[in-house]
Design a protein around this ligand. Structure first.
Ligand SMILES: CC(=O)N[C@H]1[C@@H](OP(=O)(O)OP(=O)(O)OC[C@H]2O[C@@H](n3ccc(=O)[nH]c3=O)[C@H](O)[C@@H]2O)O[C@H](CO)[C@@H](O)[C@@H]1O[C@H](C)C(=O)N[C@@H](C)C(=O)N[C@H](CCC(=O)O)C(=O)O
Ligand SMILES: Nc1ncnc2c1ncn2[C@@H]1O[C@H](COP(=O)(O)OP(=O)(O)OP(=O)(O)O)[C@@H](O)[C@H]1O
Ligand SMILES: N[C@H](CCC[C@H](N)C(=O)O)C(=O)O
Ligand SMILES: [Mg+2]
Length: 487
């Protein structure tokens, strides 16, 4: 139990109706989850206005309500608090409710279009190998040191974030790394958190369904750095054209990393193979199992962050050489017929281009590159023709298929993808709605030495159609297809 007055500390309040000296059992933003003595925080959502559920929350036991506007009819014995921004209020109240766990452990946030999961997960691995207890909040999973929890979001809601940070403090976690998505920043899920550092990866086309313009998407990302405290570090990829912009107004100490320009942290790719790359990081050579220019950026970012967090440079580089690929990111299997199948989470035009270019850079030349790719439903439609163009341009054969159609018609998504394919590339493409069949067909087409890229779903182990998720795993499917072809 906490006192409402205490958890409202630092919330921007307009008006109060009733007493704030009341006990609060939990901070809840969904009326369907209200229990006795909870405080209900009403938020205007994307689909509905949470203020419509205030009375329902009270019926279920809420004794206090936080809202942006008062309901016409206020109930006796209930405290109503009007705030400027319910999302921000929810986040600050969640931090206060759990006694501000982000102030009790160094918390580092990673933001940008691509590379967040990779960087956060590699930092988790690195600090574990250096002997620390570590926390991770990522698209793939949540880890409280070695205890794993499922997650539904890249950046969970603020109550969930703080409850896990609290668990981490309890478990004696020394460092926590988290992904900070643009939805998360915009919906104030990370408001009120005390960050020890922020990392910017890159910015390219994504989520233009939600943010409407690229400038808005970029500005939202920047507000994360604007909000960092003076004591934090702000580390940016200065090769990215928005890298400098991100740090323009931050109070944090600024650092940069780059492969192409002058920066505080520099790296160079010396050798590229399928089995790994040889990098030079701040003048020291290091072999890594991770491949691709984009991973050189990711590794440089984790090297820099580790140094800024106080790890010893040589120890960091030794550990970097032992880091494993993150699940669903360039994970590959080789069949008995010597066909390499790569599963990768590339679901943006930039990521797909990077992965295909990495493969084309390393391959010997005479083998075929077959790409299987789809685009998600209820997500940015403008990505679709671009991704299809990139796939068909950079592969010898491309099979368009479905990837979480959600509430959209899967064939209509494929049609929108196909619209981006040039007449010249069209003959190299095929569309197979069923992802299982698409993977099977790619395997049937392939011959000794060929490479198959299955893009878009990475670690995901489901296909989502109309709100129902059924088990589906790209890596599992490709292994099954290879086995069937052996018979
Ligand atoms: C578009 C989006 O981000 N939506 C998020 C948002 O939902 P919403 O605004 O639609 O909520 P709503 O249904 O309109 O409801 C408004 C309010 O009324 C409340 N309500 C609603 C119904 C009711 O009966 N009672 C009630 O109290 C809701 O709890 C909510 O507080 O707030 C919800 C609660 O926090 C989130 O779960 C939900 O994420 C949805 C499921 C989602 O798919 N989000 C994706 C796009 C997302 O956030 N992705 C990013 C990663 C993107 C990336 O970088 O790749 C992420 O961080 O995961
Ligand atoms: N630094 C990078 N620059 C460009 N592309 C990258 C980078 N790192 C990874 N990628 C590509 O983007 C894909 C997604 O990577 P990752 O999961 O790390 O990104 P993310 O930012 O966490 O994505 P999400 O927004 O879905 O959480 C990878 O599978 C790879 O194809
Ligand atoms: N975090 C991203 C993941 C996209 C992955 C892709 N498989 C899809 O479903 O579109 C999103 O929710 O937009
Ligand atoms: Mg992620």
């Amino acid at each position: 139990m906490k006192n409402l007055k205490d958890i409202l500390y630092q919330v921007s309040i307009r008006q109060v109706f009733g007493s704030t000296d009341v006990d609060v059992n939990a901070v809840v933003f969904d009326s369907r989850k209200i229990k006795k003595n909870d405080v209900f925080v009403a938020q205007k959502g994307v689909t509905v206005d949470g203020h419509l559920y205030i009375d329902k929350a009270i019926l279920l036991g809420a004794t206090s309500v936080i809202c942006e506007y008062f309901p016409e009819d206020k109930k006796e014995g209930v405290t109503y608090v009007q705030v400027d921004d319910s999302g921000a209020a929810l986040a600050i109240m969640s931090s206060n409710f759990f006694d501000n766990p982000s102030k009790k452990l160094p918390l580092v946030g990673v933001t940008g279009t691509n590379g967040k999961t990779t960087i956060a997960s590699l930092l988790y691995q690195l600090f574990k190998k250096a002997g620390y207890r570590v926390g991770l909040l990522s698209t793939v999973k949540i880890l409280v040191d070695e205890t794993e929890f499922k997650t539904t979001h890249t950046t969970p809601d603020s109550v969930t974030i703080n409850s896990y940070l609290d668990k981490m403090v309890e478990a004696g976690v020394d460092y926590c790394f988290m992904e900070v998505s643009s939805h998360g920043i915009h919906q104030k899920r990370t408001e009120g958190l005390f960050f020890a550092g922020g990392i910017f990866t890159n910015l390219s086309h994504d989520h233009l369904d939600y943010h409407e313009t690229f400038a808005e998407y970029r500005n939202v990302k920047k507000t994360f750095f604007d909000g960092l405290p003076k004591s934090a570090f702000a580390l940016t990829n200065i090769d990215d054209k928005n890298g400098g912009f991100m740090l323009q107004n931050t109070k944090a100490k600024k650092y940069s990393y780059a492969l192409k320009t002058i920066a505080d942290y520099k790296a160079k790719i010396l050798e590229k193979q399928f089995s790994g790359s040889l990098l030079k990081i701040n003048e020291i050579e290091v072999w890594t199992k991770l491949i691709g220019g984009f991973n050189a950026y990711n590794l440089l970012a984790i090297y820099a962050a580790s140094e800024l967090l106080g790890l010893e440079k040589l120890e960091t580089l030794t550990i970097i050489s032992k880091l494993e690929n993150v699940s669903g990111r360039f994970e590959y299997v080789v069949s008995d017929e010597n066909v390499t199948a790569i599963v990768d989470y590339a679901h943006t035009p930039d990521a797909l281009k990077n992965v295909l270019e990495t493969i084309n850079d390393i391959r010997a030349g005479n083998e075929q590159l077959i790409t299987v790719v789809g685009c998600g439903g209820d997500r940015d439609k403008t990505k679709r023709p671009k991704m299809a163009h990139i796939a068909s341009q950079l592969s010898n054969q491309t099979i368009f298929t479905s990837d979480n159609p959600r509430t959209e018609d899967a064939q209509a998504i494929i049609d929108e993808m196909e619209a981006g394919v040039t007449a010249e590339n069209y003959k190299k493409t095929l569309s197979i709605l069923d992802r299982k069949q698409a993977i099977k067909t790619a395997c049937k087409f392939s011959k000794n030495g060929d490479i198959i890229l299955i893009a878009g779903k990475g670690h995901e182990n489901y296909q989502e159609i109309n709100g129902i998720r059924t088990h589906f795993d790209d890596l599992e499917e490709v292994k099954n297809s290879f086995n069937q072809l052996k018979k």
